[in-house]
Design a protein around this ligand. Structure first.
Ligand code: NCD
Length: 364
C-alpha cells in the first residue's frame, strides 16, 4: 500500500514520507507539466522518455553544426542560470554540463569544493545549496552522499523559490545522466543492428561501488530481450538490491568472475575502474584486476558489431592501443554526454518543442 500524500508534488509531502516511497511512487513528483523537473535516479525514466531524449539530443547535435543553428540554440535558455555544485572530483561530467549549458545559452556558475565556501565557517550544506536558489534557476550537483540531491530537491520545493535539481553523481549510488549518455551511445552504436533490444551487455570491474553501472543496468531493463552479465571479483560484485530489481523486471542475469570468457558473447562491454577512494584501509589494492581488463589481445574475440564502453576515468583497465579500434566508443561517450545534457536542460525548461519546430524547418 502506497503512503498517502496530499498532492502529486514534493511540497505536499514531508521528507520522511517522501523517503519511504518506492522510486516508482516518487517519479511522478519529480515532473512538472509532463516534463522532467528534478533528475535524481534512473528509475524515474521510462522508455518514452528515453526515446524522446535520444531524438532531441540528435536534433540538437545536427542543429549545432551550422553557425546559425548554434546561435539559435544559444538563445533558447539565455535568461537562465545554472549552478554547478561539484563537491567531489570531476573532469568530464563537470565540463560536459558546463559545455551543455553554453550550448543552450544557460549561464553557468560553479562551486568545486567546500574549501572556499561558507561550509568552512560551519554552514550546513543544505543552507549553502539553498543560497544558490536565490541566484540560479537550476542546480547540478555532484556529492559524496547518496540521497543528498534528493534531500535538496525536497528542501527547495518547500521554499519560495523552488528550482530543479540534477544529480550529477551521488556517492556510490546513482549517476542518472551518465546512464542517459550511455543509453544514447548504445543506441547510436546499434542503430543499424536492431537497437538495444535483445543485446547482451557485460559489466566489468568494481560493480559494488560503481554508480554508473547501478544507474545504467536499470535503464537496460526497459529494453526487451536484454541480458546482463556482471563480471567482477566476488568482493566487488554487483549489489543484491540491483539483482532483485532486475529479477523482478524479468531480466536474465549472470554473475561471473571470469570476464575474458564472456567477451565472445558480448554485444556491449562496459568496463569500469577500481573505486578505491571508498576503501577504509586500502583493502581493494590487494585484488588482482588484470583478469578484469581489456587488451589488444582480446580484440579478435570481440563480435564485429560490438561496442566497448567506459564511463572514464580509466586506470589501465583498457589498454590505450585499443582506442584505435572502431568498436571502442568511450571517447564518443564523452561527446554524447554533452548533447544528452543539453537536451535534458531543454526538456526541464520546456523548450524542447522549439527544437522540433526548428529541426522540421531545417530538414523540410
Ligand atoms: C564516473 C563517476 O564519477 O561515477 N565518472 C564519470 O562521471 N564519467 C566513473 C568513475 O569515477 O569511475
Amino acid at each position: 500500500m502506497a503512503v498517502m500524500f496530499r498532492g502529486n508534488s514534493l511540497k505536499d509531502i514531508s521528507w520522511n514520507e517522501f523517503q519511504a516511497l518506492r522510486p516508482a511512487e516518487k517519479a511522478p513528483m519529480l515532473t512538472s507539466g509532463g516534463h522532467p523537473y528534478h533528475i535524481l535516479f534512473s528509475q524515474q525514466f521510462d522508455r518514452e522518455f528515453l526515446n524522446r531524449i535520444i531524438t532531441l539530443a540528435t536534433m540538437t547535435r545536427r542543429i549545432a553544426k551550422t553557425r546559425g543553428g548554434l546561435l539559435y540554440l544559444q538563445g533558447l535558455l539565455a535568461e537562465k542560470r545554472a549552478m554547478l555544485y561539484f563537491v567531489q572530483p570531476s573532469t568530464r561530467t563537470f565540463l560536459s554540463f558546463f559545455s551543455a549549458c553554453e550550448m543552450v545559452g544557460l549561464k553557468p556558475g560553479e562551486v568545486r569544493g567546500t574549501s572556499t565556501s561558507s561550509e568552512l565557517k560551519g554552514e550546513s550544506p543544505e543552507d549553502t545549496v539553498r543560497t544558490f536558489s536565490s541566484y540560479f534557476d537550476l542546480i547540478v550537483m555532484r556529492h559524496p552522499e547518496a540521497g543528498f540531491a534528493e534531500r535538496i530537491a525536497w528542501l527547495l520545493s518547500t521554499t519560495e523559490r523552488p528550482i530543479p535539481v540534477v544529480n550529477a553523481g551521488s556517492g556510490k549510488d546513482q549517476h542518472p545522466t551518465q546512464a542517459l549518455l550511455d543509453i544514447y551511445t548504445l543506441q547510436r552504436s546499434f542503430e543499424e543492428v536492431g537497437g538495444i533490444e535483445g543485446k547482451t551487455v557485460v559489466f566489468v570491474g568494481d560493480l559494488a561501488r560503481g554508480r554508473t553501472v547501478r544507474s545504467l543496468s536499470r535503464l537496460l531493463a526497459l529494453y526487451p530481450g536484454v541480458r546482463l552479465v556482471f563480471a567482477a571479483p566476488p568482493s566487488l560484485q554487483i549489489g543484491d538490491d540491483i539483482l532483485a530489481e532486475l529479477r523482478e523486471a524479468g531480466v536474465p542475469v549472470q554473475l561471473t568472475d571470469d570476464f575474458h570468457a564472456t567477451i565472445p558473447e558480448a554485444d556491449a562491454i562496459y568496463m569500469t575502474r577500481l573505486q578505491d577512494e571508498w576503501d577504509i584501509a586500502g583493502e581493494s589494492q590487494k585484488i588482482d584486476l588484470r583478469r578484469f581488463s581489456f587488451g589488444v589481445e582480446h580484440l579478435p574475440l570481440l563480435k564485429p558489431n560490438a561496442a566497448l564502453l567506459h564511463p572514464l576515468p580509466r586506470r589501465g583497465e583498457i589498454a590505450v592501443e585499443v582506442d584505435h579500434d572502431p568498436r571502442a566508443v568511450y571517447w564518443r561517450q564523452v561527446r554524447n554526454g554533452m548533447w544528452i545534457r543539453a537536451a535534458l536542460m531543454l526538456m526541464i525548461f520546456h523548450r524542447d518543442a522549439e527544437i522540433d519546430r526548428y529541426y522540421e524547418d531545417l530538414t523540410s
